[in-house]
Design a protein around this ligand. Structure first.
Ligand code: FES
Length: 111
């Protein structure tokens, strides 16, 4: 991909099929989900009052965010407690911002 304003994001569905998308830097994963008709509800529209945007990040992306201090806030953690299929690298999609240093982001959609 030659466009420096975009990052490649691959969604992995529960049946292990994949959909590759382009994400604009500065957008959140919620925008990417909506822009590409990914079937994740994101019911509250990013108001941090549901957990329907729960996604599981690949470890490299999760670690990159963590290294920059981009970790789940207490409010996000509280909501993640209600998310089914939560894993160590779970985040709420509406709270994850696309940054230029992200490479080959994989986003697993929980069952
Ligand atoms: Fe509701 Fe993310 S869309 S918390």
């Amino acid at each position: 991909m030659n466009d420096d304003s975009k990052v490649k994001v691959t969604f992995v569905f529960p049946d292990e099929s994949e959909q590759e998308c382009e994400a604009d830097i500065g957008d959140t994963l919620l925008h990417v989900i909506r822009n590409n008709d990914i079937p994740i509800p994101c019911s509250c529209g990013g108001a941090l009052s549901c957990s329907t945007c729960h996604v599981i990040l690949d470890k490299s992306t999760f670690d990159l965010l963590e290294s920059k201090g981009d970790i789940a806030t207490d409010d996000e953690e509280d909501l993640l407690d209600f998310a089914s299929g939560r894993r160590d690298t779970s985040r709420l999609g509406c709270q994850v911002k696309i940054s230029p240093d992200m490479q080959k982001v994989k986003v697993i959609i929980p069952k």
